[in-house]
Ligand binder design. Structure first.
Ligand SMILES: Nc1nc2c(c(=O)[nH]1)N[C@@H](CN(C=O)c1ccc(C(=O)N[C@@H](CCC(=O)O)C(=O)O)cc1)CN2
Ligand SMILES: NCC(=O)N[C@@H]1O[C@H](COP(=O)([O-])[O-])[C@@H](O)[C@H]1O
Length: 292
């Protein structure tokens, strides 16, 4: 980790000067320096990681940048994403579509699932995305171990891990391998209605039963425990008096697709900054003085 002088910069309209701590991957690109008003104010966290990943022709140009030699915004290298799903995969599909449209400057290079027959896995196969089964299930023969999963992700040069309806606990080995680089989307306003046992409709049933008037999705960084990582983004929706869990789920899911794509776009653009109290913020794409 390369530390830099951390004088609080002027500018961002916050109750106290923001002392951005830019957590990013090793890069030779000069562009990251342009991502902060004053590089002296950004502490770059460089992961100790294996050599730079091999770049595949379909994912980027030979130097790993998006577009024909165009390095993209501020010279940021195009990122390589592994998405973990267990079900239908609508969040995964929203992210995948955003990589194709250019909203997300990255490529999905692996789909990881504990349910090889799920909708997300089917979509990946039909779009040429390699599917990895993890963890091994007791019954089926297919599946990889934690170490095999890590080796596969290293070989693919995965930069970021995105959980999207994945229903198993991510092992501590993977969390340690990808510090500040794993996101999850949860269908409630964490810390409410999160943790072991809170997934799918169970979350919405609990929200309704509690009398909560609002709910909504949370995008958060992943640590060793369920839903306790740092919150990065949230959206709010009303809980209506006569809502069924299914109706609330649909309202929240609509917002999930938007807030997750925005968060992943920021991650790939290296626009996540860490406030000095450890809270991650998203720097606005068009106004670098604005954080949410
Ligand atoms: N290390 C982490 N792993 C995972 C996290 C996380 O924050 N840290 N998030 C979950 C996703 N999730 C909520 O957003 C979540 C998923 C599943 C469960 C749960 O209770 N699962 C059951 C098993 C369910 C099944 O196999 O069908 C259980 O563990 O008993 C809670 C929260 C993904 N991983
Ligand atoms: N606690 C984890 C959890 O409940 N995740 C939720 O599972 C659904 C997956 O939908 P998708 O497969 O259509 O993206 C989403 O609503 C996601 O928030």
């Amino acid at each position: 980790m390369a530390a830099a002088a951390a004088a609080a910069p002027a500018g961002p309209n916050l109750r106290r000067p923001l002392n951005p701590v830019l957590a990013t991957r090793p890069t030779t690109s000069p562009g990251l320096r342009s991502a902060t008003k004053n590089p002296a104010n950004a502490l770059r966290c460089k992961r100790l990681r294996p050599p730079e990943p091999r770049v595949y022709a379909n994912a980027a140009t030979k130097d790993g940048y998006s577009g024909g030699g165009d390095a993209g915004a501020g010279g940021v290298r195009r990122k390589r994403l592994a998405v973990f799903v267990s079900g239908g995969g609508s969040n995964y599909r929203a992210i995948h579509e955003a990589t194709l449209s250019g909203v997300v400057r990255g490529d999905v290079v692996a789909l990881v699932t504990d349910k090889p027959g799920c909708g997300g896995a089917e979509h990946a196969r039909s779009n040429g995305v390699p599917v990895v089964v993890f963890p091994k299930s007791k019954s089926a023969t297919e599946g990889v171990s934690v170490s095999e999963l890590l080796n596969t992700m290293r070989d693919l040069g995965v930069d970021f891990v995105l959980l999207a309806g994945y229903l198993k606990l991510i092992p501590a080995e993977l969390v340690r391998e990808y510090p500040r680089s794993i996101l999850n989307i949860h269908p409630s306003l964490l810390p409410a209605f999160g943790g072991k046992g809170y997934y799918g409709l169970k979350v919405h049933k609990a929200a309704i039963a509690s009398g909560a008037r609002y709910s909504g999705p949370t995008v958060h960084f992943v640590d060793e425990h369920y839903d306790t990582g740092k919150t990065l983004a949230q959206r709010v929706v009303p809980v209506l008096a006569n809502d069924t869990p299914e109706e609330l789920a649909a309202r929240v899911l609509h917002e999930e697709h938007q807030v997750y794509v925005e968060a992943v776009a920021a991650l790939c653009d290296d626009r996540i900054v860490w406030r000095e109290d450890g809270v991650p913020l998203i720097r606005n794409r068009s106004n670098p003085d604005e954080y949410t």
